[in-house]
Design a protein around this ligand. Sequence first.
Ligand code: SF4
Length: 238
Amino acid sequence: MEALLSAWFGQNGRDLPWRETTDPYAVLVSEVMAQQTRIDRVVPRWRRWLERWPTVEALAAAEPSEVIGAWQGLGYNRRALNLHRAARQVAEHGWPDDLTELPGVGRYTADAVACFAFGRDVLPEDVNVRRVQERTGARFTSAAAQALMDLGATVCLARIPRCEACPLAEACPSRGRRYAPQRRQGPFEGSFRQRRSVALRAALAGEQPCDAEAVAALARDGLVRVRDGLVSLPSTAP
Ligand code: SF4
């Protein structure tokens, strides 16, 4: 199966800019950005981020407030702070053998950086990779990681897979099946996430957010600081 997948990938693989680098920092940024954000939105943001902070040392030297500001629009702002903390850890101590020691880096992200940047023989299993493996019943090697991700993202879709366009269809026991709709995340509009986002934007604009509950949640995550009732952005200054 892997040979068929590899041939398909040669013709149909997505052209993603971080696939042209093995710089672990650039790969880590792409993986953290893509955790909960659509790939087409990630691409221009990743390019801008790497222009602004081209190295892990450059990001480590930034102020947390700059990093939070640059993350706006990508959502789930805690990822920005964790990425910044990870950069500081790496700038000071180098890349750890166990990448999950870095803030915000879970099993999948660690495996993705290990595979794509450090060339280690581990298959990073994101939701797409897992789905293709489950449906085909096949196990793939780390060499097939990018191809599995693309097949899962563009052909072996969660609900209605496009089996007619699939290079693995002949040998796939799940060919032609349909799947129940997945539970979707609730709407952003009117959610607590939105209130947090509005409060954070106010703080970024130098204003005092008035939503105390949202401010308290942001402060717990380290995204803002509250002193004497005044809200400000976190800073490395004492
Ligand atoms: S044949 Fe269909 S279910 Fe099987 S891997 Fe291909 S797209 Fe997925």
